[in-house]
Design a protein around this ligand. Structure first.
Ligand code: PLP
Length: 412
């Protein structure tokens, strides 16, 4: 008898029942444990993508399972007319970990259910801050900030934007990492800029770290002209790079404090939750009624996030990520294959770069070999595994890489 999981027609059933926004799925996954997932044929995969930088604690982590099941048994949802202990404790913890140099007076958190909603809250915050006198919002070429209309206005890729024109106006995309262009954008009417929005490491553009010094200059200029500096740490935050937030690395952030920080992905360890952290005055900009959400800060999501943060701390995962990444990068870069060009990124947000645009067949070959990776750019494979991945698991991919690349070359 065929069980529901093993049903042979899942591709056509998927196509018949779901909107075609993602293209055909690669596999049907039915369970996970630690850094592994299994498909409906009981084939095991090392999950080197972690649900796109989400599953910080891997799959079915007991701390997360316990926290969510206890919370849903106790109090699963309340409206935002009421507070819950989990929501308050999470907001307090986020302020502490986002602002290690001290939490400026007024700082506060707005909870959402996703990254794009955190960015939507950021765009509205920028509008409130700027008012009609400051219509400009600066973002970067290559930026990805989400798909709702406000967030999409910040996202750069024409294929994502163009079908939905007209988008909310006022957004200008500056050349990535170009300090002269940044200065020129402020010199030409900086007093009309409400905010600048930046990912410290661009994730969807292919894991591209900003050049050292760029964020510091963005901070200097935004402060000088009275604009907000908003960091999108949705992909790079929550210990992904070996610090709580990517900009906490001195060589990334240069010691700056932003006005707002957007979080999501790893925050709930797989439970949907996002947050916009407003720093100082930016935490006081919204007044009652100006923004809201039914589910944002839901006690289950808050409990999941609290458990995730606690486990990252308890298991010293920042340190683990730093050590594992240093060794893994060296090992990956030393792989002897003509297609391998290099490794870039930070911590466990990495891209293996290739000399030719064969990332898609390489990801397919990796899947056949039992590894989930993502062709984030035509010539780059993204690695964003669970933070709990161990060295030996990472090594299995390093050892398999030459064969994967050869298979990619042959099928391209
Ligand atoms: N911002 C960044 C930097 C992201 O990487 C993403 C998602 O990939 C988003 C925003 C949107 O988040 P979500 O997909 O949770 O809406």
């Amino acid at each position: 008898m065929t069980t529901q999981h093993e049903h042979p027609d899942w591709r056509s059933r998927y196509a018949d029942a779901l909107m075609n926004t993602f293209g055909p799925p690669q596999r049907v996954l039915v369970r996970g444990e630690g850094a592994y997932v299994w498909d409906n044929q009981d084939r095991r995969y090392l999950d080197l993508l972690g649900g796109i930088a989400v599953n910080a604690l891997g799959h079915a982590h007991p701390a997360l399972v316990d926290a969510v099941s206890t919370q849903v048994r106790t109090l699963g949802h309340v409206s935002n007319f009421f507070a819950t202990p989990a929501q308050i404790a999470l907001a307090e913890q986020l302020l502490e970990l986002c602002l290690p140099a001290g939490v400026p007076h007024g700082s506060g958190v707005f909870f959402t259910n996703s990254g794009t909603e955190a960015m939507e809250a950021a765009v509205k915050l920028a509008r409130l801050h700027g008012g009609p006198e400051r219509p400009r919002i600066l973002a970067l070429e290559g930026a990805f900030h989400g798909r709702t209309l406000g967030a999409l206005a910040l996202t750069h890729k024409p294929a994502y934007r163009d079908p939905f024109a007209p988008l909310p106006g006022g957004v200008e995309h500056l050349p990535f990492g170009d300090v002269d262009a940044l200065r020129a954008a402020f010199a030409a009417g900086g007093e009309k800029v409400a905010a600048m929005v930046v990912e410290p490491i661009q994730g969807e553009a292919g894991v591209r770290p900003l050049p050292e010094g760029y964020l510091a200059e963005a901070r200097r200029l935004t402060s000088e002209y009275g604009a907000l500096l908003i960091l999108d740490e949705i992909q790079s935050g929550i210990a992904r790079t070996g610090r709580w937030l990517a900009h906490h690395h001195d060589h990334v952030g240069g010691g700056i404090t932003p006005d707002a920080i957007a979080l999501a992905k790893g925050l709930g360890g797989g439970f949907p939750i996002g947050a916009l952290v407003g720093v100082g005055e930016a935490g006081q900009t919204y007044t009652p009624g100006q923004h809201g959400t039914t589910f944002g800060g839901n006690p289950m999501a808050a409990a999941a996030a609290l458990a995730t943060l606690e486990e990252i701390e308890r298991a010293n995962l920042c340190e683990h990520v730093q050590h594992l990444s240093a060794r893994w990068r060296t090992d990956l870069a030393a792989v002897d294959h003509p297609l391998l060009a290099g490794v870039r990124g930070e911590g466990l947000l990495l891209a293996v770069t290739l000399g030719r645009p064969v990332a898609a067949p390489a990801a397919q070959a990796a899947l056949e070999a039992g590894f989930i990776v993502n062709p984030v750019a035509p010539d780059a494979l993204r690695l964003a595994p669970p933070l709990i991945i161990d060295q030996e698991q990472a090594n299995t991919f390093t050892r398999a890489l030459p064969q994967i690349l050869t298979a990619a070359e042959e099928s391209a």
